[in-house]
Design a protein around this ligand. Structure first.
Ligand SMILES: [Zn+2]
Length: 717
């Protein structure tokens, strides 16, 4: 996931009016531009109590700026309207960007309260700007005469995108409709905060308590020690606690030999948010969906998906349904073939033990697929892990690949303040030694961090503001006990490459206007560059540089490496099916008209019916996220979770192009950087893809990659 700006993230240096400076308390670091390199935030000085006053003053200051632009007696010009908007909201943006990131990566009660208090205020503030009729009239005037303004392509596109943003926020509505819009936005904001706080509380509250160490048979010593430690932290000394992640699947399931415990862990995972406790999200999501449908109707669309998809590269509901519909049967058929292998393994093992066999259940999948993988490819994750020590993967894998492709280099620095001790900070340099960016690496899971992996920018590049990028990558890697190395799974390794792909998109940004900076691209395009960067994780010369034993430094044996590559398509039926289950649910719920949306009590039944209707109700493979803990559809991926597979089509085409044109070379890196990564949102997204590959996207490379179509390369050998 990548955190996208929701509004122009001006980080500029616009000087404050005297009235505003008079209110600026000297001891609140958020009120002034950071003096650290690249405006890196003063994490050491920022306290939670600083956010509220900065938000209040920031909104007031921004409203004064907006009024000044709207009431300007001069006729609207690009400079006095669009550029003035780009430069406005400096204090508010700075405070919100920092708060948003800290609240996501390390929340606490104070931050949760600020989030809940300010979500509706921010929604109201945005409406005050976007629904200001005088302001929109100026933007509209410029839009209608955009060809005669003497602008270059980027300036012209800026006017057009501002106009679209205002229209889509409701600027063309009647005053009565605007009032309705304000109510919907305020309620949605409140509910959105409740939803995400419930998700985090449920993950922590649903951890599985285990009484005896015998039940943990199969887990590593380090995992058992971590479970004992977690129990101690929770006042359950002598017991063991298995913590959960926010996906349906849970990391210890492949290892747990005790089938009852596997079942308990799985059931605790899938029950989250629909257990009828104080964190139940079914009623919350029902109300959110109804409000979105109402808003879509107000805007003249039949449903939320139609509204969202109009402004995506996919363009229409039909295009997305068509794509998901094409993939679903092939994915499920593949998953069923995999299941047959797992069932055969269960039957064989039970017979060998002289015990009756049983039917494959969801909590058995990870466990037996690990066994089948060992059987087929004779290796398991535990064999790989010693070759993937975290910092080594980062510096000699992820960074090394970027150096080979783009000539950039990274150097750790320890003088900058941190918001959490478990973070690392790096300077990023261009080939000529000049500074390109600052990068923060924040890998570990903690109870205060939201689930998943994501990238965010604290400062975004733009020529207008004279800024470069300060970016961060977040993951949820279990932290080992003190003194133990952090050894990664293959999944965690590729995720690290993925998130750094987002960061490269941010760092290489070379645009004039903040509006277009870095990852400010359509949702179904933003995952594309990050997915392309995953291709280097197992590129032979990159892998050889980082896959080294953490104790001996010995390279990963060539035969193990070959097995890893041979196993690349293993379990893809499962992975594609669980993903499509969620992607389809997201579309289903957002394509229903308002009067057909489920009440809270019907949400889970609707989910089951939707999966059945799409042919994705295959019991052993539940959706990757069930509705009550599907954070993506609460955040910016509503009607947009399909974006991952949509982006993957572009990704697979691009990987194919690179492979056919020399692979890992500086030339290819520079081409990707100059035609695509540096352009941000300053050009039409699909055009960026065409600029790089020179052809329309084709679906075949994705089908081959996912094992859904035969690989011509494999057939030739
Ligand atoms: Zn991503």
């Amino acid at each position: 996931m990548s955190a996208l700006p929701v509004f122009a993230q001006s980080t500029g240096t616009a000087t404050a009016t005297p009235a505003a400076s008079a209110q600026r308390p000297a001891d609140n670091p958020l009120f002034v531009e950071s003096t650290l390199d690249l405006r890196y935030p003063h994490f050491d000085q920022i306290q939670d109590a600083h956010f509220g006053p900065a938000f209040d003053a920031g909104m007031a200051e921004n409203l004064r700026e907006i009024e000044a632009i709207a009431d300007n007696p001069e006729a609207p010009t690009f400079e006095n309207t669009i550029i003035a908007l780009e430069k406005s909201g400096e204090l508010l943006s700075r405070a919100r960007v920092i708060f948003g990131s800290l609240n996501g990566t390390d929340t606490n009660d104070a931050r949760k309260k600020i989030d809940a208090d300010y979500a509706p205020k921010f929604a109201a503030h945005r409406d005050a700007v976007m629904l200001n009729p005088k302001l929109f009239a100026r933007v509209d005037t410029l839009f209608k005469s955009v060809d005669s303004l003497g602008l270059d392509a980027e300036g012209k596109r800026l006017v057009e995108r501002y106009h679209t943003m205002f229209v889509r926020a409701g600027a063309n509505l009647t005053e009565a409709e605007k009032e309705e819009m304000r109510r919907i936005n305020a309620e949605s904001a409140k509910l959105g905060t409740t939803f995400s706080q419930n998700v985090l509380n449920e993950v922590n509250d649903s951890a599985v308590v285990v009484d005896t160490v015998e039940e943990l048979d199969g887990m590593s010593e380090a995992q058992i020690a971590a479970a004992a430690e977690e129990a101690k932290t929770r006042g359950l000394e002598g017991k063991y606690v298995i913590t959960l992640l926010n996906t349906t699947g849970q990391p210890p399931l492949p290892q747990i030999n005790n089938r009852e415990l596997r079942e308990r862990v799985h059931k605790a995972s899938v029950a989250r948010g629909s257990r009828g406790n104080q964190y139940d999200n079914t009623e919350v999501i029902s109300q959110i969906l109804k409000l979105r449908a109402e808003r879509a109707n107000l805007m003249g669309y039949p449903n939320q998906a139609a509204f969202i998809l109009e402004d995506s590269t996919a363009g229409t509901v039909e295009a997305v349904n068509d794509m998901l519909g094409q993939l679903a049967p092939a994915a499920v058929a593949n998953a069923k073939l995999e299941a047959a292998e797992l069932q055969a393994m269960i039957d064989r093992e039970q017979a060998a033990k002289g015990e009756p066999t049983f039917q494959l259940e969801p909590w058995d999948w990870a466990y037996y697929s690990e066994k089948v993988r060992q059987d087929k490819y004779s290796f398991d994750d535990a064999q790989l892990k010693p070759y993937f020590e975290m910092k080594n993967v980062l510096e000699n894998g992820v960074f090394f690949a970027a150096t080979q492709l783009y000539g950039i280099t990274m150097k750790e620095r320890t003088d900058l303040p941190k918001y959490h001790p478990d973070t690392w900070t790096y300077d990023v340099f261009n080939e000529d030694g000049s500074q390109l960016a600052i990068f923060i690496f924040d890998p570990y899971a903690r109870a205060s961090k939201r689930g998943g992996a994501w990238m965010n920018s604290y400062v975004s590049q733009s020529e207008l503001e004279g800024t470069l990028t300060v970016t961060a990558n977040h993951q949820n890697i279990p932290k080992p006990q003190a003194g133990q190395p952090t050894l990664l799974t293959w999944d965690e390794v590729t995720t690290m490459f993925h998130e750094f792909g987002h960061s490269l998109h941010g760092m290489f940004s070379d645009v004039k206007y903040p509006f277009f900076s870095g990852t400010s691209v359509p949702r179904d395009f933003v995952e594309f560059p990050s997915q392309v960067n995953e291709m280097w994780a197992d590129w032979p010369s990159i892998l050889a540089n980082y896959a080294k034993h953490y104790q001996t430094g010995a390279p990963m044996p060539a035969e193990l490496l070959a097995k890893v590559q041979a196993a690349a398509k293993f379990n893809q039926g499962f992975a594609t099916t669980e993903y499509l289950g969620s992607a389809m649910l997201d579309q289903y719920l957002h394509q229903l008209p308002a009067d057909q949306l489920p009440d809270g009590s019907e949400v889970m039944a609707t989910e089951a019916a939707a999966l059945k209707a799409a042919g994705l109700d295959y019991a052993p493979v539940p959706p990757r996220y069930r509705t009550p803990y599907f954070s993506h559809i609460n955040g910016g991926y509503a009607a947009g979770y399909y974006a991952y597979i949509w982006s993957e089509v572009l990704d697979a085409n691009t990987v194919q192009w690179i492979e056919q044109n020399g692979g890992l070379t500086r030339e290819n890196g520079d081409r990707f950087r100059s035609t695509l990564l540096s352009r941000g949102g300053s050009k039409d997204a699909k055009q960026l893809f065409l600029d790089f590959t020179g052809h329309e996207p084709q679906i075949e490379p994705l089908l081959i990659k996912r094992g859904l179509a035969p690989d011509p390369k494999a057939a030739a050998n």
